[in-house]
Design a protein around this ligand. Structure first.
Ligand code: SF4
Ligand code: SF4
Length: 110
């Protein structure tokens, strides 16, 4: 299993880390050297700018989680059991999972 986060779209809400039963995700500061430590393709790596559409949607949300300070990194994607919990909890709709048959799963926020 391969898991990555589209970094500019990640709000840092930590929902993925909260729900993942096998600790695939680590939440790191945007300045951390670990911020691009998963398999995200070049155009989805962190380069210092959040997606404006995601900021407009979640910038004012106050739900007890910090937003736009930290970013999720799929540091342990090989452990993923495809429970799909993160795929429905990811408010940035920025998680991509590819299984061993190359089927791709994309997060859709419910
Ligand atoms: S689908 Fe994989 S990465 Fe997502 S919560 Fe389940 S085990 Fe964790
Ligand atoms: S749930 Fe999605 S938006 Fe929230 S921290 Fe995880 S990857 Fe980022």
């Amino acid at each position: 299993m391969d898991v990555y986060v589209d970094k500019p779209k990640c709000t840092g809400c930590e929902h993925c880390k909260d729900v993942c039963p096998v600790a695939v995700f680590e939440i790191v500061d945007t300045n951390s050297p670990k911020v691009n430590g998963d398999s995200a393709p070049e155009e989805k790596k962190w380069k210092g700018q959040h997606d404006p559409a995601v900021v407009a949607k979640f910038g004012q949300v106050s739900d007890g989680h910090t937003h736009f300070k930290d970013i999720s990194v799929a540091v342990n994607g090989s452990a993923c059991i495809l429970c799909q919990a993160c795929l429905i909890e990811c408010e940035g709709e920025c998680i991509t999972i590819t299984d061993d048959n190359k089927t791709v799963y994309q997060s859709v926020y419910k």
